[in-house]
Design a protein around this ligand. Structure first.
Ligand SMILES: [Zn+2]
Length: 132
């Protein structure tokens, strides 16, 4: 399986018009915090792309965070579409982001559609769970 290495100068995997180093990379490195639930969601998607499980764990709400996280090496994430958001701004304490994440799983194109819930925990946006 081939993986495309993401460098700070790469286009950010989350799809925003910025380099990884300026966008999600700054969040992964702890140089910035996500101002909105959507940015946090995008940075978590990018964390799946670059395999940053530590970032995924620390942006997971303490009540729903799994004890450990192992990424499936057979899944390669190939693109993110944010479909809708509610709340989740500097003026909110809760928000949702509906998205479709594209991947190749075991050599076959696939996609995951999810409505994720986010809240602020100690002032920072964190992922809670996926609402149905
Ligand atoms: Zn990004």
């Amino acid at each position: 399986m081939s993986t495309s290495p993401v460098t700070p100068a790469s286009p950010c995997p989350c799809g925003r018009d910025a380099s990884y180093g300026e966008c999600c990379g700054a969040l992964h490195a702890g140089r910035a915090t996500a101002p909105t639930a959507e940015r946090l969601m995008r940075s978590r998607y990018s964390a799946f792309v670059v395999g940053d499980t530590a970032y995924l764990m620390r942006t997971w709400h303490s009540s729903t965070r799994p004890p450990a996280l192992e990424l499936d090496p057979a899944v390669r994430w190939t693109g993110l579409e944010v479909l809708a958001t509610s709340g989740g701004t500097a003026f909110h304490t809760e928000g949702t982001v509906e998205f479709r994440a594209h991947c190749v799983a075991g050599g076959r194109p696939d996609a995951q559609h999810e409505l994720s819930r986010f809240v602020r925990e100690d002032g920072a946006w964190v992922y809670v769970d996926a609402a149905e």
